[in-house]
Design a protein. Structure first.
Length: 205
């Protein structure tokens, strides 16, 4: 396990890209899920970009629960999926309020998200890229405390803001996550970026 450093979202390690890709623009009208579900899919046109970029919004990032996980451990994994759906919207530029963040985070992690939301708005900064994919390396849950070691594949993603040139995000990220059980809901209370992300590349092969 490497040295952990604070991080609120997948924009921790970056380099400058040659060009800035944008998500192909689709008709922003809600459309049925191609998987057969007739429920409409919520879409959002990202702000501040020179070209139209429309993204699909998720209520939860799907994460495979380990087969040997207990009920509490499964709940922790699912809670992180809901947390990261909010983070995904957060970095894409969706206007979220404090209640949105408070539904998935608590303590220092909640305050970090709120601070970053204000800073992102001031600098008109958004992330452009595909939906994140998350895999669990380990999960534990006991006495109202949960812990996750997770890998993320953010694909070919970039941050774009008025204060700097577009910057490329490392494709593979590894997070060390603490969750607290708050009034029957698991919420992320602390999240650190693990410097040793090498195992994550193998996870997504």
């Amino acid at each position: 396990m490497g040295t952990a450093t604070p991080s609120a979202d997948p924009t921790s390690a970056v380099t400058e890209p040659a060009d800035v890709p944008t998500t192909p623009a689709d008709d922003p009208t809600d459309e049925p899920d191609p998987g057969g579900d007739d429920a409409p899919v919520a879409t959002f046109t990202q702000p501040y970009l020179p070209e139209e970029s429309v993204v699909e919004l998720r209520d939860e990032v799907p994460i495979e629960v380990p087969e040997d996980a207990t009920d509490d451990e499964a709940a922790v994994v699912e809670a992180f999926g809901r947390y990261y759906a909010v983070v995904e919207q957060h970095v894409w530029g969706v206007e979220l309020d404090e209640e949105d963040y408070a539904s998935v985070a608590t303590g220092e992690r909640l305050q970090g998200l709120l601070d970053q939301a204000r800073e992102r708005h001031e600098n008109e900064r958004v992330t452009v890229g595909p939906p994140v994919i998350i895999e669990v390396l380990s999960v534990t849950a006991s006495s109202g405390k949960g812990h996750l070691d997770v890998c993320l594949d953010v694909g070919n993603s970039f941050t774009v803001g008025q204060e700097s040139v577009p910057r490329m995000i490392d494709q593979f990220l590894r997070f060390d996550v603490d969750l607290d059980l708050v009034e029957a809901d698991w919420k992320v209370s602390r999240l650190l970026t693990d410097d040793e992300a090498d195992p994550c590349e193998a996870v997504f092969e």
